[in-house]
Design a protein around this ligand. Structure first.
Ligand code: GAP
Length: 436
């Protein structure tokens, strides 16, 4: 069983490279551990996931605003947030083979799981990447690459509230890069050192936090259905007292059933007034909110929803990956929800003559103003379908001899492989109804 799941993961990783979703970073130099580049199909998938998240929070609600804060922030931010002191993992080394492990992931009472050698005592290792601002490399110039995007939201809370004239409860959403010097990155793009987060901080009146926590838990789980993830592959995991981050009063993870087991894809946290309270203390600026209705001042509580774009890429790829039998051979197909499919449609002339390529090009030119579409005239139509199945294109339109007579084309559905005829004038409407 374990072998089967590993094989499945290997086949997915190989498809990702072959079809231009994901490449090892700096591959020509032998690669760099846990860093990946997104190819032509990968960037489209990533963009579509981010757009769906942004749309559902910022466009479809009137109580959430967007922000794009800088990655480098004042170093005091990370002292206030508790990351300088507490964003650590316990690290042990094997004295023999020099492999490194997270002490909380192995039995440190035993010897090295790799070679049986003796292990060092655990020591705490801070996960933040450090660099220097300006030419002088001294302690006064240390800056950190942000390990979460959330702090850029907290320090902008009052700027955004004033500029947008929002009243509590309201939220701020952000998509951006985060960096963690993970001890054990791995499982392809599951745990990386450079990754992208999509975080939303919802500011509420203290006392209403538990109700909003429940609200966002349910909302976020529902969102995964929009992403096209199968329900049976999702579950909540409640954090025990021991698992809770230093800032959280309560936390639930949404977990996905990856080929390598159930793992977190999103965290929903009740961060109380911890972050704004600490920024008020460290910055000595008043960060209270004046509640006009109640005529009182307080530090808002925060309900956070936090997920990783790369981790959702892996989730959508793993959930969509399928193999079935078609025409006596194994068909590899990515059954993406059409809304996140990187390529929305492919257009084929059946043959390279009789004006069919010209008609197909005209169709492509009309569609490409709105959608990422692909023109393909190379090889047998069956092979062209297979190539599109592998990247998850939901619809293929073929121009054939009947098109020359009545202007209709065939539409072939990726999942059912069923074909129907529609008028070529209706292709745009057909796609708008199904892929937007
Ligand atoms: N601001 C809260 C926060 O960062 P987290 O549970 O540490 O909470 C939230 O991270 C999400 O960010 C995770 O659920 C995951 O999707 C993503 N994430 C965290 N570390 C990651 C890593 N090393 N590689 C890829 N994604 C990561």
């Amino acid at each position: 069983m374990a072998q089967q799941t590993n094989d499945r993961m290997d086949r997915l990783v190989s498809l990702c490279k072959r079809r231009g979703f994901i490449f090892q970073s700096s591959e020509v130099y032998g690669g760099i551990n846990s860093c990946y580049d997104y190819g032509p199909m990968g960037v489209e998938l990533k963009k579509n996931i981010k757009e769906l998240w942004w749309k559902s929070l910022v466009y479809e609600r009137d109580d959430i605003e967007g922000v794009d804060a800088s990655i480098l922030m004042h170093p005091r931010v990370w002292e206030a947030s508790g990351h300088v002191e507490g964003f650590t993992d316990p690290l042990v080394d094997c004295k023999k083979c020099k492999m490194r492990f997270r002490a909380d992931q192995i039995d440190t009472g035993k010897n090295c799981p790799n070679c049986g050698g003796e292990l060092t005592e655990p020591r705490m290792f801070n996960l933040m990447f450090k660099t220097y601002m300006g030419p002088v490399e001294d302690a006064a110039n240390i800056v950190y690459l942000r390990p979460e995007t959330a702090q850029g939201i907290y320090v902008n809370f009052h700027n955004i509230r004033e500029a947008s004239r929002q009243k509590l409860p309201f939220g701020i959403a952000q998509i951006g890069k985060a960096f963690r010097n993970e001890i054990t990155p791995g499982n392809f793009i599951f745990r990386m050192r450079e990754f992208e987060q999509m975080e939303m901080q919802y500011f509420v009146k203290p006392g209403s936090d538990e109700q909003w926590f429940e609200f966002w838990k349910e909302e976020r789980l529902k969102w995964y259905e929009r992403l096209g993830i199968r329900k049976e592959n999702l579950e909540f995991h409640q954090h025990s007292e021991k698992e809770l981050a230093h800032y959280a009063k309560a936390a639930f993870d949404i977990q996905y059933k990856f080929p390598f087991g159930w793992q977190e894809i999103e965290g929903i946290h009740n961060r109380t007034d911890f972050d704004l309270g600490r920024h008020q203390e460290y910055s000595k600026k008043n960060l209270q909110y004046f509640d006009q209705e109640a005529n009182e001042r307080y530090i808002p509580y925060v309900i956070e929803t936090s997920t990783g774009v790369d981790r959702l890429m892996l989730t959508t790829l793993a959930d969509a990956y399928d193999e079935d039998q078609a025409a006596g051979e194994t068909r590899v197909v990515l059954r993406f929800d059409p809304r996140i499919a990187p390529m929305k449609a492919a257009i084929f002339p059946l043959v390279k003559k009789d004006g069919m390529p010209e008609i197909a090009h005209n169709i492509v030119n009309g569609l490409r103003k709105q959608f990422r579409v692909f023109y393909d005239e190379a090889g047998a139509v069956g092979r062209r379908y297979r190539r599109q199945d592998e990247i998850g294109t939901p619809y293929c339109f073929t121009v054939d001899s009947q098109t020359l007579q009545d202007g209709s084309v065939t539409v072939r559905n990726r999942d059912s492989m069923a074909q129907e005829r529609i008028s070529q004038d209706k292709i745009m409407d057909y796609l708008v109804e199904r892929v937007v």
